[in-house]
Write a protein of this length. Structure first.
Length: 335
């Protein structure tokens, strides 16, 4: 995928801006294979980007090239700090804008400004950056509060980001263990008898949590931490009677917890622990007539200090772009 040559007429009519990057190795990662990252920015922001050595020349309307420059500086800083860059990361920067300004990306004050604008989540395998304003606020809330709710549609990163923060705090020694839980509720179909021992029976319900952990920690390390009980992945029913101290605790798919289960879970919070409850009010799989514990918790706890509620919409979906359109279609039909 190449960068289109522009005509002399286009060059004379457009505004130009040059950005110079000190380390060509990082610039190569910024540009992507066959300059595909640059091509994506060109397509979305309607600018043209010419690359020569360690310089990028931006051509287009003034507002567009300033925005493109901020995005490029932000992505360069991400690469410089050890982060990988994908098209999804580029889209995230385009959605949220950037706190960079027209100065060298290696400037120390600029680096601090960038870090102040977005929260980095460092894990063993990758560095995670929120891709929308709502995600950014959510991650900040996870670091700052002991009890946080993340409510919104599928694909908005509620659980993924929560697990990433849990791994970050565990690796930093801020908590002694990570506890991940979900209600073992079938999503609209009866699975029947599942063979094997108890772990074999509940693992299919817990698989999304295993998947998230696998993104942040090497597989062998995950297995060892589970074996040593530093990471626990268990159905919600297994939380009864426990006090969860010095732990980062996540309840996923909380819309499928009953009112009594939610109360039971919330009252497990122990000294030195943080608790995150995530759910999607539009995907309740409880039997008809059974009230969702997430709905009740939201109603009863929304005015209590130090309990933070964070909300997401279809605009925060970071899966395939079609997912956001599918969610919007269903939401429109329900109104």
């Amino acid at each position: 995928m190449g960068i289109r040559k522009i005509t002399p007429y286009e060059l004379s009519e457009a505004v130009q801006k040059q950005i110079e990057f000190q380390d060509n190795r990082f610039l190569i990662d910024l540009c992507g294979e066959y300059d595909r990252n640059l091509a994506h920015i060109e397509n979305v922001l309607s600018v043209q980007i010419l690359r020569q050595g360690n310089q990028l020349t931006l051509i287009g309307e003034a507002g567009s090239i300033e925005r493109a420059a901020m995005i490029l500086n932000a992505v360069y800083l991400r690469v410089e700090n050890g982060g990988a860059v994908t098209i999804a990361d580029i889209d995230g920067e385009i959605r949220t804008g950037s706190n960079t300004s027209d100065i060298s990306p290696r400037n120390g004050a600029q680096l601090e400004k960038f870090k102040g604008g977005k929260v980095e989540i460092k894990t063993r395998k990758k560095v995670i950056l929120p891709r929308t304003e709502a995600q950014n606020a959510y991650v900040k809330s996870l670091f700052e509060n002991e009890l946080v709710f993340g409510i919104g549609p599928a694909g908005t990163g509620k659980t993924y980001l929560a697990v990433a923060v849990g791994v970050n705090l565990f690796l930093g020694g801020h908590v002694d263990r990570i506890i991940l839980s979900r209600p073992a509720v079938e999503a609209g179909e009866r699975l029947g008898f599942l063979p094997g021992d108890l772990k074999d029976k509940v693992d299919p319900f817990m698989q999304p949590l295993y998947d998230a952990l696998g993104d942040f920690l090497p597989g062998k390390q995950v297995a060892k931490l589970i074996e040593d009980k530093h990471i626990e992945i268990a159905p919600l029913a297994f939380m009864r009677g426990r006090t969860l101290s010095n732990a980062f605790v996540v309840l996923d798919e909380a819309q499928n917890a009953t009112t009594m289960q939610m109360k039971m879970f919330l009252t497990r919070l122990g000294k030195g622990s943080r608790m995150v409850i995530t759910g999607d009010r539009s995907q309740v799989d409880l039997p008809r007539g059974v009230t969702s514990g997430l709905h009740e918790a939201e109603r009863l706890l929304k005015d209590i200090d130090k309990i933070e509620f964070n909300y997401f919409t279809s605009k925060d979906v970071v899966r395939h772009p079609l997912v956001a359109k599918i969610i919007e279609a269903y939401e429109s039909d329900a109104t």
